[in-house]
Design a protein around this ligand. Structure first.
Ligand code: ACM
Length: 684
């Protein structure tokens, strides 16, 4: 049913995509490319991929580049199933892929890395040219995305691409403190980051709920602060190398002076109030905080930063700096006296004092400081990078004040916004649009943030992907690449390809539903799950008392952040209501979908009632069925040009008002489409 349903939408959107950016009559399968390259010209024909496909590296080469080429062939092999006999032989042979790298890259990748490349594919072969190996790595990902399947074999369309990123800093934050994420979870996400050309893993390694890196100098950090869930230094090195191979910098974050309960559980003497402290299990902003007035805090930080600086080669070191509530500082007579003595008028000044001293320690160990936007303060050295999470205005303010900055406001994945929302947020949009050119150049880019209150190793992939691909495109592609339908078409393709890079975003969520079905046929539950979007953090924390020990094993944890089925319905309804299409084309499909969901409830109901984990969804399922019925009735009214009765209109509006609220900690994703039908019927 779904394939049939998709076809008309697909062909319309395909047309939309292919037209604006292709320069010839042979449309590029632009739906394959995410992020969209800077410049792309389609030519006629295609390059067939068979077992003789191979590569030759001319010009500069090194191990980084060679490993990239090997990975490319492994992925190509996985994607096509074709064994490549002599994929990377050095001998010159006609055809295949010629890789020409003009020179060496940096030993440790920096924000100045030149990621540009040129890719040309003709019927005879492909040529990939870049100034540095990192550009080759980016170009190989593009080439891989272009590989297309047809009835005979696989091929790459003839195309010329000139590409470079719009922003230098394109990151993903993964919080491994609130819920622990083992090495393999981080690695599979790094693979997918590389596929969409993200270049920074911001690794949020410490918070109130856990300190996650082995320290040999201060071993109590992992002994008392991690519940045994931490990365050994060997594992950190392995991940840093793994990321580095994929052109991804690893920026560690050790949040301080707040968000430090786990650290203070190990070293309570560093706190602003006497301990003891225990690892925090709840979610929120907590009082425990380092004491900026104590000399031992700085001697601890000196040795700790020194140890971590050696472990993480990146030039940047994230010190957090967010959400200091100041309660411990206010309560301490000693700290208050210190503030008076030093002429620090408030806690912001005191935090700035702490940051200045911390920055000197970082500098001593060869690191530049990055912190959340609370660190912005007149006394801060200008080489500090400010990460704006509270507003776009904060980013503009820091750029005006002379600081480099990155944007995370609008890119919070735990807020469970739709991909279209994230896509609409431009680091140089809103307040930043009014910056002068030199101020704009201080905006380095942005980072998606996967805060981990409601993600664990089983569902994290589905919360990060595919939405992060839309953010990756915003940060890589030209500013005028803004067509949302176009984006969704390519996002759908990315979504299909995710399992190639080992991501578990669908598999794991299916497994969760399977478990909830407890031995019964899960098909009705899988179909039911398509009606929902996952609810944001703010909804879940208000719904009940969660801690880090609460299992994430309910429907609310398994449903996707953005339902494809609901989006498809919305597209059909939009077309129907706007009169864009002949309503005869679209209305049977809408009816089939809504009737399908109504039918599904018959099988679903006993399943929901039989499972402790699913029983909360029984009233939600009734509500969803009622919504589908009202949608069908509205459609019927519109088609027969019959105004609905007043009591029907009133009761339907009440139903919609209830259904718009979270249900069993999920959002019913089809509500907007049903509402649109009902409103259209009401305005007859
Ligand atoms: C933050 O979300 N507190 C950076």
């Amino acid at each position: 049913m779904k394939t049939k349903l998709l076809c008309p939408i697909f062909s319309t959107l395909l047309f939309l995509v292919a037209s604006p950016r292709s320069g010839s009559s042979n449309p590029i399968p632009a739906q394959h490319l995410m992020p969209v390259p800077k410049q792309i010209t389609a030519n006629k024909g295609k390059l067939a991929i068979d077992g003789t496909f191979h590569s030759q590296v001319t010009g500069y080469s090194d191990e980084f580049l060679q490993r990239g080429v090997e990975r490319f062939f492994q992925s190509l092999n996985k994607k096509t199933g074709i064994p490549f006999a002599a994929a990377t032989s050095a001998a010159a042979r006609p055809g295949g892929l010629t890789i020409h790298c003009k020179g060496a890259g940096e030993r440790v990748q920096s924000i100045a890395a030149d990621e540009s490349y040129t890719l040309e594919v003709t019927g005879e072969g492909a040529s990939l040219v870049a100034p540095a190996p990192i550009g080759i790595i980016r170009g190989l990902e593009t080439l891989l995305q272009l590989v297309d399947i047809d009835a005979q074999s696989f091929s790459i369309p003839c195309v010329k691409i000139e590409d470079r990123p719009r922003f230098r800093w394109r990151g993903l934050l993964i919080d491994v403190s609130r819920h622990w994420e083992p090495v393999e979870v981080v690695k599979r996400n790094l693979d997918q980051m590389a596929a969409v050309k993200l270049n920074v893993l911001h690794w949020h390694l410490s918070d109130d709920q856990g300190f996650r890196v082995e320290s040999k100098i201060h071993p109590k950090l992992q002994q008392s602060g991690s519940d045994g869930n931490y990365y050994t230094q060997a594992e950190v090195r392995d991940i840093v190398d793994y990321a580095g191979d994929r052109g991804i910098r690893v920026v560690p974050e050790f949040d301080m002076p707040g968000h430090t309960t786990a650290l203070l559980a190990a070293y309570p003497e560093l706190a602003g109030a006497p301990g003891p402290y225990q690892i925090e299990r709840a979610w929120g902003v907590f009082d425990p905080c380092m004491d900026p007035t104590k000399a031992i805090v700085y001697s601890f930080l000196d040795s700790f930063v020194g140890e971590m600086a050696a472990l993480f080669p990146d030039e940047y070191f994230h010190i957090g700096g967010d959400e200091v509530n100041g309660k411990q500082w206010n309560a301490s007579a000693r700290i208050r006296a210190f503030k008076t003595r030093e002429g620090l008028k408030d806690n912001r000044d005191l935090q700035a004092y702490f940051n200045r001293r911390l920055q000197k320690i970082l500098s001593k160990h060869g690191k530049k400081m990055i912190g959340w936007d609370e660190i912005l303060h007149p006394g801060l050295p200008r080489n500090v990078v400010v990460q704006s999470w509270r507003s776009q205005a904060a980013l503009a303010e820091s750029a005006r004040a002379g600081f480099l900055g990155i944007l995370s406001y609008g890119y919070y994945l735990d807020h469970m916004e739709l991909a279209s929302f994230h896509y609409s947020i431009d680091p140089l949009g809103k307040e930043a649009a009014t910056l002068k050119e030199d101020e704009k150049s201080r905006v380095l880019g942005g980072e998606a943030c996967m805060w981990a209150e409601f993600v664990d190793p089983e569902n994290i992939d589905s919360r990060i992907w595919p939405r992060t691909a839309a953010i990756a495109e915003r940060l890589w592609s030209p500013a005028d690449v803004t067509d949302v339908n176009d984006m969704y078409l390519r996002l759908r393709q990315v979504n299909r390809e995710l399992p190639y890079s080992g991501l578990m975003h669908r598999n794991d969520n299916f497994e969760m539903l399977l478990r909830m079905a407890a031995g019964r046929n899960p098909a009705p539950l899988v179909e039911f799950a398509e009606l929902f979007n996952a609810a944001p953090l703010r909804v879940r924390v208000r719904a009940q008392k969660y801690t880090s020990l609460t299992p994430l094993n309910r429907m609310a944890d398994a449903v996707m952040p953005e339902s494809e089925a609901a989006r498809n319905l919305q597209i059909l309804v939009d077309r129907f209501v706007s009169g864009q299409a002949d309503s005869n084309d679209v209305s049977p499909e809408i009816k089939t979908i809504l009737n399908g969901w109504i039918e599904n409830e018959k099988e679903l109901r006993p399943l929901l009632e039989s499972s402790y984990l699913l029983r909360e969804a029984v009233p939600v399922s009734e509500m969803a069925t009622e919504l589908c019925m009202r949608g069908l009735q509205a459609l019927d009214n519109i088609e027969s040009k019959r105004k609905p009765r007043e009591e029907w209109r009133k009761s339907t509006e009440d139903l919609i008002a209830t259904a718009e609220k979270p249900q069993a900690e999920m959002l019913i994703a089809i509500v907007p489409a049903i509402k649109k039908l009902v409103e259209a019927a009401g305005s007859l």
